[in-house]
Design a protein. Structure first.
Length: 353
């Protein structure tokens, strides 16, 4: 960790780079922040972005909590478990649910054992880690393997009533309850048979190249061919209308799309090669998309503004009124145009599928 300081405004604001903090100094700052009633965010296992279950927790979170309470028992420290659940981390504007569990209070006996050191300290850290792990399990979806998680998600989609869109929080809760039930009754013959049937169903959908919510469209009794054909024409019309409105932004910002795709996929391959815990690395794709677009988008805005400024500057025959009108039109449309392009990228998949 490095520290940055801002100089006095009288001498001009600038940054000074200080030396690298040692672990002891970093721990001291964390203890000071918590003792003063502050908040510190910690990722105690860190790498299970696309895994079906949590990795083993690292002891740092328990050491920090016990160390803070050993220094100042009346600071009122609580550990709040947070779970981040999302389904499309590699896409912009994808939905996510953040769940906060019940606060975890450290038992006074654990604090006393921590102060005594030795094996008592290790036991106190281990017991607190078990408590934290249980609280995190209550706000996350944990499956024994990826195949089971896919089966649970398919079961939830089949359980959901037709043509009913569930809020994402309800989807997460359904997944969690199904996982709990499966973990408890996984050896029952009926559950084994159900898992095999759902797995076969997923395999057939994959072979046909369709999704489970599209199966009902094949029922000619519920949806005659003319209804399906009419909805198809409606979807094509919506898609074309959005596409035509998005053409200007695609023409302006296609370098961002291309470079973002190339860089994110390259970083994904590098992350998968360097990690033993990542399965697909889709979180890396999402992170690098944001990083690249945050740098490229302002640069393209600047470039387009410079081109428009030069063009208007060398067209004096148009008159000052026309120049002001055109300049205002350009400035007023470039941001809505880019927003429209982002909206098209977000909802085009819903229109198609």
């Amino acid at each position: 960790m490095t520290t940055l300081s801002t100089m006095d405004c009288a001498t001009g604001p600038h940054l000074m780079l200080h030396r690298l903090l040692t672990k002891v100094e970093c721990s001291t700052l964390v203890y000071r922040e918590l003792c003063d009633g502050g908040c510190v965010g910690i990722f105690p296992e860190g790498g299970s972005h696309d895994r079906p279950n949590l990795l083993p927790l690292k002891a740092g979170v328990a050491l920090i909590a016990l160390g803070t309470l050993a220094r100042q028992p009346d600071c009122g420290l609580s550990i709040i478990p947070c779970g981040l659940n999302y389904f499309h981390p590699n896409k912009f504007r994808s939905r996510a649910v953040i769940e906060f569990g019940n606060p975890v209070q450290v038992h006074p006996d654990q604090i006393e054992a921590f102060k005594m050191g030795g094996h008592l300290k290790r036991n106190a850290v281990g017991s607190l880690l078990e408590t934290i792990n249980g609280s995190l399990a209550a706000v996350t979806q944990q499956a024994p393997d990826r195949e089971t998680l896919m089966v649970i998600q398919a079961t939830r989609r089949l359980y959901k009533p037709l043509r009913m869109k569930l809020p994402l929080a309800v989807v997460i809760e359904l997944n969690r309850n199904l996982l709990k039930g499966y973990t408890r009754f996984r050896d029952e013959p009926k559950v084994v048979h159900l898992k095999k049937a759902v797995s076969d169903y997923n395999d057939r959908l994959k072979a046909l190249g369709i999704r489970d919510h599209q199966v009902e469209w094949g029922d000619v009794e519920q949806r005659p061919w003319w209804v399906v054909f009419g909805i198809l024409l409606l979807r094509i019309g919506e898609f074309l209308a959005l596409a035509v409105g998005t053409l200007p932004s695609i023409a302006l910002f296609w370098p961002v799309f291309v470079i973002t795709k190339i860089v994110s996929l390259k970083k994904q391959r590098s992350a998968l090669a360097a990690s033993v815990v990542k399965l697909e690395g889709r979180d890396v794709v999402g992170s690098w998309k944001i990083i690249v677009e945050m740098g490229l988008a302002p640069s393209l805005y600047t470039l387009h503004t410079a081109i428009a400024t030069v063009w208007l500057n060398y067209c004096p025959m148009m008159g000052i009124t026309v120049l002001l009108w055109v300049g205002g039109l350009i400035r007023g449309t470039i941001f809505p145009t880019s927003f429209r392009c982002g909206y098209f990228r977000y909802c085009s998949s819903d229109l198609c599928f």
